[in-house]
Design a protein around this ligand. Sequence first.
Ligand code: NAD
Length: 545
Amino acid sequence: MRRTLVGVDLLVLGDETGVMAGALTRAGFTVATGEVPAAGADRVAAILAYRVVPSEAEPLRGAAAGGVPVLLAGDALLDLAPDSPLADDAGLLVGTGTRRHEIRVRLGPDAGELAARYGPDVVLTDTWAVPDKVADDVLQLLTANLSFADHPVCTWRPSTRIGAFTLGAAPATLHDPRYQRLVVRWVRLALGLADGPPVGVGMLGFGAIGAEHASAIAAVDGLRLAAVADANPTRQQAALAVAPDAAAYAGANELLADDAVQLVVVSTPPWTHAEEVVRALTAGRHVVVEKPFCLTVEEADAQLALAAKCRRTLAVYQNRRWDADFLALRRAVCGGLIGELFHLETFVGGYGHPCNYWHSDERVSGGAVYDWGSHYLDWVLELVPDEVAWVSATAHKRVWHDVTNADHTRVLLHFAGGVEAEFSVSDLAAVPKPKFYALGTAGAVVGDWRTERVVSRGTTGLLEEDVLAPADAPARMRLVGADGSETVLATPPALPQPFHRELADQLLTGIPMSVTPAQSRRTVAVMQAATESARAGGRPVVPQR
Ligand SMILES: NC(=O)c1ccc[n+]([C@@H]2O[C@H](COP(=O)([O-])OP(=O)(O)OC[C@H]3O[C@@H](n4cnc5c(N)ncnc54)[C@H](O)[C@@H]3O)[C@@H](O)[C@H]2O)c1
């Protein structure tokens, strides 16, 4: 029976696994699946077809003629006969499909809106239909090279309202987040939806992490550093040195009085986060807050509720999700290379005096568990999505009595399904443990710390050596098989400015970020439970749900 598609934004055909329907739904579309509706008998805004059965070709042409964009994806063009009027309307004379091979997808001459935040070439392994001829009025949005000639892989023909994206036949392509993002942007382009002007960013606090945000904002299309507020005039000057066009203020109230600021990056010390986030959300701004999100679950819940009420984006800067060594570990664990993960340890530290700055003052930082744990426990919780049944922590205060952070803390997490994880942070570890130690039912991954040196010549020609702290270099990742065999895992390069790209995408196109504040709330719940447990001598504490 034909479904009634009243009020539906997007009809998706032939997406058997529902992967693309899911991606488009997350990006804000109302998606229906089913048959091609009769032309004019619905309110479908666009049709995305991953297959075209012969009986649908004419209704699709009719829909396009009636003003509904028709987007042919994956193998859909190859479903059509070479002389098909639908392919003709697409402006493409379809040749043959290629064999499965690595395809380097590049921006085409007419990329337009697809060019925003594209980054390095998207590389996919798939088959594709190489057009023998392309009509002059077809916009070539994306291209790929075959036999030393560029051919369109993604097109849009405004005169007929038909486009083609000839990639997406392979399941791996459909699951690739960068492919999904391109499809969303292609659909938006066909619907005439543009990104809108750049989002004005105001930074509250321009300390050690300030330059990282400023350079990412400058590099990412759709973000613009409009203003900086810092109580310290020297830090205001440091901000103006890298962003001379930004306004400079002393505090949050002046920053929030500036209409050019639509998003606030809260990068003040941790104990101020909750108050400053609430202040910015209440003033109608989107917010990025530095890690740790905040110090208590109650604070996290209040911020999440307020962001939902105000319909504003709230994001936590979990930038280490894209660390190369963690990406290698995640790829190995999620790819089943060690079987079922059941034991995971992470460690950071060494033997040395902690810094005499707020990081070492637990009233400001929340303690060492918060300072590093907001990254390391975030990694643990990303790898083990199961519910945390209880947390137990022990802390030692033995040597560094001039600072308030514990000298050595061990946090044990016990998950409902039996998986165990441990995070240790230490300033008393003369011998460091590996950064990562993951045991699975079929093997293990070990991440060994590296001590790297930057070697150069000084102005007088003498050798100069800069020794990096171990935490400043990605760990060397070893995959160890059940038979003892060892493989060094490649550490995949991440996209440049991955967090800020996702942020701009979410704000400007609705494509959701991969890091969510709900995930960071879970990390805060574990850190809070660990702090409570350590005060109680290691008593198991159930993190707040
Ligand atoms: N994600 C990361 O990898 C990473 C790395 C470093 C720091 N951080 C986080 O970033 C935040 C800031 O750390 P940092 O190292 O830049 O600290 P910092 O002490 O170097 O800088 C903080 C700045 O905030 C200013 N400030 C403090 N309170 C203020 C207020 N109420 N109004 C205006 N300005 C105020 C200070 O003058 C200072 O310049 C912390 O939450 C920290 O945990 C994250």
